[in-house]
Design a protein. Structure first.
Length: 342
């Protein structure tokens, strides 16, 4: 499988934010085999697993499990550079978020964004490819950074309608209320935030079709030059979007990508992949996330992964992790407890 990567500029943003909170960033980077100089090359890419490691170490050093819930930090260090400029020139916020969806991989291949319409507006869902100790802190930061980005490009203080989290409610939800200013729901099936339709459809003050197209052309070139705008990534994203509705067939994904089944198979083969490879990888990564959340039942995990019955999920989980899913969930919980006790 192709290794997921993250831009050096995004790693630098994170390290600058951690340094502002008193974290010894030099030590953290050394553990990844990096120096601060390595983050200055805007075209450089690094393994996305470094992001999880940096978050884990930063939370451990600061002892702050809500490091990602500071609006001022997200506003100051959450910029997405070229992607953000393209968003700012979009006609509306919903179009800007579609650009974020299309080009988020320029920043990081480790995060995916999905937009789902509702009666009140759109649910914005963010997913991380791999679970790690500071997963909760990082997903909080990802949502708040996205909200602050929306505030920046609209020049308005946006208050969501609702926010849902997969994890259990903390004793004090005030940090969440201060950060998002809306209803907070915990022990939910997905991490997502609901934005109002009128907010999403309002015209942006810096809208410019020419400027938007210019930045998108640059982003397309970056996607092609860096090589991670691969058919693998595109298929992975489509599968991620479709799984909850049942196992997507190759023909379903090909149709959503506007190519024939044969063309999709041929392009995957050029990257030494099969459709089943990508489907299996996507399911495994999601399974790791869902199993880390004890509020989600095994049946719900199975359904979210598109399995027709529980037994198929159990067999797949044992193949992925070497042990049954319940045992793997206990293992993750034990590792998290050990980490928090240090």
């Amino acid at each position: 499988m192709t290794q997921r990567t993250v831009s050096a500029s995004w790693l630098k943003n994170l390290c600058d934010m951690f340094a502002a909170e008193g974290v010894n960033v030099v030590t953290l980077l050394q553990e990844c085999g990096l120096t601060e100089q390595d983050l200055l090359d805007n075209d450089a890419r690094h393994p996305s697993e470094y992001v999880g490691h940096l978050w884990d170490a930063a939370v451990l050093q600061t002892g702050n499990r809500h490091l990602g819930l500071k609006r001022e930090l997200c506003d100051r260090f959450g910029g997405l550079h070229q992607v953000g400029f393209a968003m700012m020139a979009s006609p509306t916020l919903i179009e800007a978020l579609k650009i974020l969806h299309n080009y988020l991989a320029v920043v990081s291949e480790d995060v995916s964004l999905t937009l789902e319409p509702s009666e009140e507006g759109y649910w914005l869902k963010l997913s991380l490819a791999k679970h790690h100790d500071a997963f909760r802190t990082r997903i909080e930061f990802s949502f708040l950074t996205t909200l602050m980005l929306c505030t920046w490009i609209t020049r308005k203080n946006i208050t969501p309608i609702s926010q849902q989290w997969t994890f259990t409610a903390p004793l004090d939800i005030q940090p969440y209320m201060s950060a998002f200013g809306c209803e907070q729901q915990f022990d939910q099936a997905e991490n997502r935030i609901l934005l109002a339709g009128d907010v999403l459809q309002a015209e942006l003050p810096t809208e410019s079709a020419a400027v938007c197209e210019l930045h998108q052309n640059i982003l397309r070139e970056q996607m092609a030059r860096l090589g991670f705008a691969s058919i693998h990534y595109r298929v992975y994203t489509e599968i991620l979007r479709s799984l909850r509705h049942g196992e997507p067939r190759l023909s379903d994904i090909a149709s959503s990508m506007h190519v024939s089944d044969r063309t999709l198979q041929r392009k995957l083969k050029q990257e030494d992949l099969t459709y089943q490879d990508v489907l299996d990888q996507t399911r495994r990564e999601l399974a790791e996330q869902y199993l880390a959340n004890s509020a989600i039942s095994m049946m719900e995990v199975s359904q979210q992964l598109g399995f027709v019955d529980l037994s198929n999920f159990y067999r797949a989980a044992k193949r992925w992790f070497g042990i049954p899913p319940g045992q793997y969930r206990n293992q993750l919980e034990a590792e998290r407890t050990l980490h928090l006790s240090k």
